[in-house]
Design a protein around this ligand. Structure first.
Ligand code: ATP
Ligand code: MG
Length: 398
């Protein structure tokens, strides 16, 4: 047993004289798990993935793949038995499963932090506690709470407190009647009503915090969403006014500190039309908006996930190239005729393009199939290449 305490020795990678390879585990087998596995394996760790799907992107590339549900006692016992430490790749992993694992092994992030990230109401309360401004909101969990909603929150967005992602579980409401109808349509589950804000842009900050409280961060990412899904991330000097960028970094660090967080945490923000910065939500794991770090920074968000989990030193990441990340959604497949795949060769003929595909068999609209990182010598050169790549792929200009 190696509990997650500041004094616990790091879990060093590689194979011991007894022939055992240090193994790191991850709950969830999606693309984030896959990229964690790649980073861990590159450092010499063996990996284990728990995900019921035999074709999960991470399961396909991991040393071990435990194919059970996330609360399956035998599956969790098997994961704990083969791993020295365990992380998660999605926030909806049952917090109880993390608690069970934590009785035997290092688990980072911890169940308490994940439980807050899973619930928009708890998340918002945490922002308030940390003194980081968020959108005006009200928790709607009873008919009485619905009746008490102030006019100032309308028009608004009604979001289910739990299990939302990529804009799912959200309804935009103009007035009280629409709000009541939306809450009924969502099955009267606990929700958060947020005031609809006028957004100038969206951005995010990824921080990594170690067991000893040391914290590092990536630069601020400027994000473009389309239909509720991240489409493009741009990161270079000047992508945001410097004062706002500094405020976002300070806010993200405060949120992580307040959670006593261990691991990689993404904090999403809105910049409002009047120039104010408000926090939107957190993800207790690497994030889609941080994928550019794989090719544009001296350590990636997945490297830092491995380091925080293993208790290895953290160093402040340095971005060495301006970068743009284009999400490759399933919509791009078949754009040029049935069964056609995007013209990867044409894209890879452009300088500084890095293709990442997740090994998913079926392309469906809105499904995240991969991403393209583009790096350039200057923001201008980067922009020209990224726009050309987008044009080849059939992604609308940005
Ligand atoms: P994901 O987990 O994929 O980031 P999500 O389903 O958790 O998405 P949010 O991040 O809450 O959803 O919202 C999705 C998008 O909807 C935001 O990125 C933003 O573009 C828009 N949005 C959300 N809340 C507001 C708001 N209060 N005012 C204006 N726009 C909003
Ligand atoms: Mg979001």
């Amino acid at each position: 047993m190696n509990a997650l305490t500041p004094t616990a020795p790091p879990l060093l990678p590689g194979t011991a004289p007894d022939g055992k390879t240090m193994t790191l585990g991850v709950m969830g087998g999606g693309q984030l798990g896959r990229m964690f596995v790649h980073a861990a394996q590159a450092m010499g760790y063996a990996t284990a993935v728990l995900d019921p799907d035999p074709a999960s992107p991470a399961g396909l590339v991991s040393h071990h793949h435990i194919q059970t549900g996330y609360t399956d006692a035998a599956g969790l016992a098997q994961l704990a038995a083969c791993c020295a430490a365990i992380t998660t790749e999605f926030e909806n992993v049952p917090a109880d499963a993390l608690r069970t694992l934590a009785t035997q092994r290092r688990v980072a992030p911890g169940a308490a932090a994940v439980a807050i990230a899973q619930d928009r109401a708890l998340e918002k309360a945490h922002f308030v506690r940390c003194g980081v401004a968020c959108a005006p909101y009200a928790v709607i969990d009873t008919a009485a709470a619905l009746a008490q909603v102030g006019e100032d929150l309308l028009p608004g967005i009604l979001k289910t407190a739990r299990m939302g992602y990529d804009g799912k579980g959200q309804v935009r409401v103009q007035d009280r009647a629409a709000l009541a109808a939306a809450w009924t349509a969502l099955g009267h589950v606990p929700c958060v009503l947020e005031k609809m804000l006028s957004l100038a842009l969206e951005c995010s900050v990824i921080v990594a915090r170690g067991t000893d409280g040391s914290m590092v961060n990536f630069p601020v990412q400027r994000n473009l969403h389309r239909e509720g899904i991240l489409a493009v991330t741009e990161v270079f000097e000047g992508n945001l006014p410097a004062a706002l960028a500094a405020q976002a970094v300070a806010g993200a660090r405060a949120v992580a500190q307040g959670l006593d967080y261990v691991g990689v945490l993404c904090v999403e923000f809105f910049v409002l039309s009047d120039g104010r910065l408000v926090v939107n939500e957190i993800a207790p794991r690497p994030h889609n908006s941080g994928h550019y770090t794989q090719n544009a920074c001296d350590v990636s968000q997945f490297d830092l996930q491995v380091r925080t989990l293993a208790g290895l030193p953290l160093t402040q990441p340095r971005q060495h190239s301006p970068a743009t990340m284009l999400n490759l959604l399933g919509d791009l497949w078949g754009l040029h005729g049935t069964d056609s795949v995007p013209d990867w060769a044409a894209v890879l003929a452009l300088p500084g393009t890095h293709l990442h595909l997740y090994g998913k068999q079926q392309a469906r609209p809105g499904r995240k199939m991969g991403h393209l990182n583009v790096t350039g010598a200057t923001p201008d050169q980067l922009r020209a290449t990224a726009l050309r790549a987008a044009e080849i792929l059939g992604i609308a200009a940005f």
